[in-house]
Ligand binder design. Structure first.
Ligand code: ATP
Length: 284
């Protein structure tokens, strides 16, 4: 099959659990070969969105397409092409690492056992060790190998770095994601760590309270957000610093027109952009 079109299209998807809104009119398009970081606080809706992509949850409103298919009505067409690492990493404890690999391989015709062995070596996983005796970090690595070794077209990783030590996070996980993208495959990973998303992804989607507040290429996002210090009434006590999106000159002109003096404009950091966009900012 020649792959064409976006790998993921989420169109106005909403989801409630009782009266709790987990997703609200979420739109997301993921093109082939992109690494997208889905970033948000605990409870923001990241896992719920990933579960929709896997067809584990049906959209109560809106639609989800993965490889152009509905993952709920066509799981066979979708799941074999996805590698998934769940947040709980629920791996069978009674198996050895080697058995886990052979067991997982049975589900995937394209399982690459040479690659699986290499990844286990890279991760210093002993194939004879029982899964239940693995440390948290080793458990996380075993889950990653199981998600990766069939070379899926789409890799969905729910908080992949949780449980990994900083060296594995930086050196191994980052390298894996870049290789996957270079091979034209696609990655969506969730995280609550902004610096990690900044380092590892080409694109990001900021989710908060079930809403996507910001999405797009990292460079584009950075280029269009400014930290602006304005002074009202000509006194330093009237100074405020704001984060605004738009064209630098146009924003400055707009503030001047409304009677504020623009004291300084500089590029905003991703931290500042996120804080300004989320409910934390509204609360303060
Ligand atoms: P975390 O980083 O803590 O895993 P998350 O961003 O993945 O958070 P979700 O697990 O998607 O967030 O949860 C979104 C919201 O939906 C939360 O308020 C959560 O309590 C609620 N929720 C998720 N699953 C269920 C469920 N099965 N039943 C009831 N509420 C749920």
């Amino acid at each position: 099959m020649t792959p064409t079109g976006p790998v993921v299209v989420v169109d106005k998807v909403s989801r409630r659990f009782g009266d709790k809104i987990a997703l609200a009119e979420v739109d997301l398009v993921l093109e082939r070969g992109v690494v997208l970081g889905l970033v948000g606080k605990n409870g923001a809706g990241k896992t719920t969105l990933i579960q929709h992509l896997l067809g584990l949850l049906r959209a109560q409103r809106g639609s989800v397409r993965v490889f152009g298919l509905d993952p709920v009505s066509d799981p066979a067409g979708v799941l074999g092409r996805i590698g998934y690492l769940s947040e709980e990493r629920s791996l069978p404890g009674w198996m050895t690492v080697g058995e886990l690999m052979r067991y997982t391989a049975a589900f995937y015709p394209r399982w690459d056992s040479v690659y699986a062995t290499r990844l286990c070596d890279d991760f210093r996983l002993d194939p004879r060790q029982k899964v239940r005796t693995l440390s948290r970090g080793q458990h996380a690595r075993a889950g990653l190998v199981a998600a990766l070794a069939h070379r899926p077209e789409l890799l969905l990783l729910d908080e992949p770095s949780s449980g990994l030590d900083p060296v594995v996070r930086r050196d191994v996980l980052e390298a894996i994601l870049h290789t996957v993208a270079e091979e034209g495959r696609t990655v969506l990973f969730s995280s609550h760590l902004l610096d990690e998303v900044e380092r590892m992804s080409d694109q990001l989607a900021l989710i908060d309270g079930g809403r996507i507040l910001l999405t797009g290429g990292l460079d584009k996002i950075r280029e269009r957000h400014w930290r602006i210090t304005v002074r009202a009434g000509g006194t330093p006590s009237g100074e405020r610093t704001l984060i605004r999106e738009g064209d630098r000159e146009a924003l400055a002109a707009e503030f001047e027109r409304s009677g504020n003096e623009c004291v300084a404009i500089s590029p905003a950091s991703l931290d500042e952009i996120f804080f300004a966009r989320t409910s934390d900012a509204e609360a303060s």
